[in-house]
Design a protein around this ligand. Structure first.
Ligand code: EZ4
Ligand code: CO
Length: 404
């Protein structure tokens, strides 16, 4: 069996997705997610112009060899564009292998280690009453763990806060330029502990609560926030400092016992290596789509296992159902699975990408269809062409561009 056709499909059913479709000489179809929020066309070109032609006539069963051919063969390694493109090929080849074997991918990865993958979703509110309402709504949907994000007094808009009763704050804005937001770390640090105090008063101490700081703090600020939040027993505090500098976490760790999660922007095991080896985090957040696919993330997760670090895969709505399915097959089988982020897709997205995975009573399960369990309605997808959309840019009150 050989790879006969490679196609890149860019579509925007409510938001942009880049999808790779590989067809073999036996007519087996494999699908991969290559979506990189705000930089979608760069990955599409990498796949169309550089990777696609190299895949023709290769043996689709040789997943590891193809991964190394694309990674080492390019000379230019790593980076989100390269690694999202390789990830898409990798997912598509695992999908094909599962379909050929007649098995769901989690069976190829060693079989189920649990009955389902615990999921968390987002609750957001501009103020406390809105946030409390939002948590109630997510609990009614069956979620057993909640990430809570809140508006900050004095700041007009904060990324990650939903519009009205809709927690799907993504895509943050469509148009040729990103929107601009003002950020003030001092105001944020003063406000957030009271948010979690009120959530604990309202919802009790057993509900797992998470919070995301979006890489905006210095190590000292992160240590302070961790200490201030300790009484509220968070499941994790996410992305406290910019993720390029793992040694920043040493200072944070010395001052707080709050569980730390990092890695949604990681694209290589080398981004995580020091954090894992020095046990500076408790959860590794890389997404299958942004870190080289199942083949590479499996290695990151295995390294994490040695250091008692559990997984918490990135799962916002910009990870397509294909990328989410890949995370669920891995999550069901990995011994050190921790939790899976789940920001539900809009109904139109679920129509374009029909999926075998299901959400039931707080847990996600990848389903038992052969491969990843996704079928693409290509005709429907092509009715929604790409639309330029970006994540916002954050400024300090004086106009300085800030981390986020
Ligand atoms: O900022 O998905 O944990 N989730 C997040 C998301 C990310 C976006 C980036 O594409 O931080 O909101
Ligand atoms: Co995050």
């Amino acid at each position: 069996m050989k790879i006969e056709d490679v196609q890149v499909i860019v579509s925007s059913p409510t938001r942009n997705f880049v999808t790779l479709k590989i067809r073999t000489s036996d007519g087996v179809i494999g699908l991969g997610d290559a979506t990189l929020n705000g930089r979608e066309l760069a990955v599409a070109s990498y796949l169309r112009d550089h990777i696609g032609p190299l895949l023709i006539a290769r043996d689709p069963s040789q997943i590891e060899d193809t991964w190394n051919y694309l990674y080492k063969g390019a000379y230019w390694r790593r980076g989100p564009v390269t690694m999202a493109a390789i990830a898409a090929v990798d997912m598509a080849l695992w999908d094909i292998k599962g379909k050929v074997a007649g098995l769901p991918v989690y069976q190829l990865l060693g079989g189920a280690s649990r009955e389902g993958c615990l999921a968390y979703t987002h609750a957001t509110g501009a103020d406390m009453p809105e946030l409390i309402d939002s948590v109630h709504r997510q609990l009614e949907l069956g979620y057993r763990a909640i990430r809570a994000q809140s508006g900050v007094p004095g700041l007009d808009g904060v990324y990650g806060i939903g519009r009205s009763d809709d927690v799907d704050y993504e895509p943050a804005g469509r148009g040729a330029r990103p929107s601009e937001e003002t950020w003030d770390t001092s105001a944020y640090l003063r406000h957030i502990p009271s948010v979690f105090e009120q959530l604990r008063n309202q919802f009790g101490h057993e509900l797992p609560l998470l919070h995301d700081a979006h890489h905006r703090l210095t190590p000292q600020q992160a240590a302070r926030l961790g200490k201030d939040l300790e009484p509220y027993d968070l499941f994790w505090l996410e992305d406290v400092t910019p993720a390029e500098n793992p040694s920043a976490l040493r200072l944070v760790r010395q001052h707080t016992t709050i569980p730390l999660a990092i890695g949604e922007v990681f694209n290589s095991i080398w981004d995580a290596e020091l954090l894992l080896r020095e046990q500076l985090i408790d959860f590794i957040r890389c997404a299958i789509v942004h870190a080289g696919g199942i083949t590479h993330v499996r290695k990151i997760w295995s390294m994490a296992e040695l250091y008692q670090v559990r997984t918490g895969s990135h799962g916002p709505s910009d990870v397509s159902p294909i990328g989410l399915a890949a995370a669920l097959h891995m999550g069901l089988s990995a011994p050190n699975f921790g939790i899976q982020e789940h920001m539900r897709h809009q109904p139109l997205v679920d129509e374009v990408f029909r999926h075998a995975y299901r959400f039931d009573d707080g847990y996600l399960h990848p389903g038992d269809e052969p491969g990843l369990g996704i079928s693409l309605d290509e005709e429907l997808a092509t009715r929604y062409p790409y639309e330029c959309a970006y994540l916002p840019v954050a400024h300090l009150p004086d106009g300085t561009v800030h981390d986020w």
